[in-house]
Design a protein around this ligand. Sequence first.
Ligand SMILES: [Zn+2]
Length: 204
Amino acid sequence: MTALRIDVADLLAHRTTRREVALSATVEGLVATAARVGDDEPIALDLVLERISDGIVVRGTLTTRWGSDCSVCLDPIEQPLSLAVNELFEPEPLEGDTYPIEDHEIDLEQLVRDNVILELPLAPVCADTGAPPCVDPADARAEPPPPDPRWAALSQLQLPEVDEGDAATEASGSERRELASERVSAGRPALSRLARPATSERDT
Ligand SMILES: [Zn+2]
């Protein structure tokens, strides 16, 4: 008999009774797509079991922690989880809706399993823990997108114009290209002058 299996013979013997149950247990295999509650992670149950005509209502809270890798940056993250439960146990349970009372006992393991797995986030991220949004390492490494090929020729033309942008505004495309290549060679001495430290320019 596991910690989550509870004898309710006392509740079944009287029509209106209730009992508080506080216990801690572990449940293996609480795994969603990414997040999981570790097999050794305690799950605290703070419950009230109440006899009603149809069976026993189990109400209260489950408290535990889940862990995961962030689905963006893959860092490990961990978060507390607290959830309210409200389920009916009855001698003839409805499949997928209520839970069984068997031999004067109820087994809370399936209740824990169903409720916790439903609450586990599908794609946890660092921001779920209150941290600032994280950056995908693949995005951080990525090169800037290549320039639009339609602009490639234009950017070649514009380089000389930045240095000495007086003439060539009226020139056609082919004339500009010639002017540009002339300027690149003619501009070399000027560029090397510019490369000197500014102080030497002022001093001379
Ligand atoms: Zn992250």
